[in-house]
Write a protein that binds this ligand. Structure first.
Ligand SMILES: Cc1cn([C@H]2C[C@H](O)[C@@H](COP(=O)(O)OP(=O)(O)OP(=O)(O)O)O2)c(=O)[nH]c1=O
Length: 200
């Protein structure tokens, strides 16, 4: 549906298969180069600040040559002023899910573009409401293995869909990349354009 401006190359600085799938969905070609940064959040930092800072760090940690644009993102869950990243183990996953149980929380995805002549960032924000879960459901979900590697210990696009009662705001933001906001920025910067050509 879109194509890159001729002469540009896009690099997705991410190991996340979800981000790869979302960006690939709109027809753009890109290379993948996971960035490794310390994802510890700083004391006093809000989830929005942390997600934007980490997305920027991932984008800037990725080498880029002339004509190369780097896109990186970071997703965090926040509730009660507490930031939930990826659980370190199953006990932490249970604790995160117990906190989210029966309540609404926010999901923040910071994204960042490293451009030939500068950098630009953006943010997606969504509210997600969890159904009231029985302890046995939380235990069974954690045993499925899905919570590991996911901010807030769930994946709305997977089995986690059975736990989520409502999403308001961008759905793709919850999955890991607020696609409409990213496309809007790429269009504004003239980095992509609609592609009217039929695809085979
Ligand atoms: C809330 C939620 C998060 N997630 C995922 C998105 C992110 O991949 C992950 C949060 O970790 P991130 O640190 O944002 O991303 P990552 O380590 O997976 O990949 P990279 O840093 O290389 O780009 O949680 C879901 O897949 N579904 C959900 O519903």
């Amino acid at each position: 549906m879109y194509r890159l401006t001729p002469g540009l190359e896009l690099i997705l600085a991410s190991a996340s298969p979800r981000r790869r799938e979302l960006l690939g969905r709109i027809g753009l070609e890109f290379a993948v180069a996971p960035a490794h940064v310390d994802e510890t959040t700083a004391p006093g930092e809000t989830a929005q600040q942390a997600a934007q800072r980490l997305a920027q760090a991932k984008a800037l940690a990725t080498p880029a040559g002339p004509g190369q644009v780097v896109l990186a993102a970071d997703t965090l869950v926040t509730i009660d002023g507490v930031i939930l990243g990826k659980p370190a183990d199953q006990a932490q996953a249970v604790a995160m899910l117990e906190r989210l149980n029966g309540r609404e929380h926010q999901v923040v995805t910071g994204f960042h573009l490293r451009l030939p002549g500068g950098q630009r960032g953006g943010l997606g924000l969504s509210n997600v409401r969890f159904r009231r879960l029985a302890p046995a459901e939380i235990a069974a979900y954690v045993r499925s293995g899905e919570p590991m590697g996911k901010a807030g210990a769930y994946a709305v696009q997977g089995l986690g869909a059975a736990l989520v009662e409502a999403v308001s705001g961008s759905y793709t933001n919850v999955v890991g990349l607020p696609l409409a906001a990213v496309v809007k920025l790429l269009l504004e910067l003239g980095l992509i354009a609609p592609n009217a050509e039929e695809r085979p």
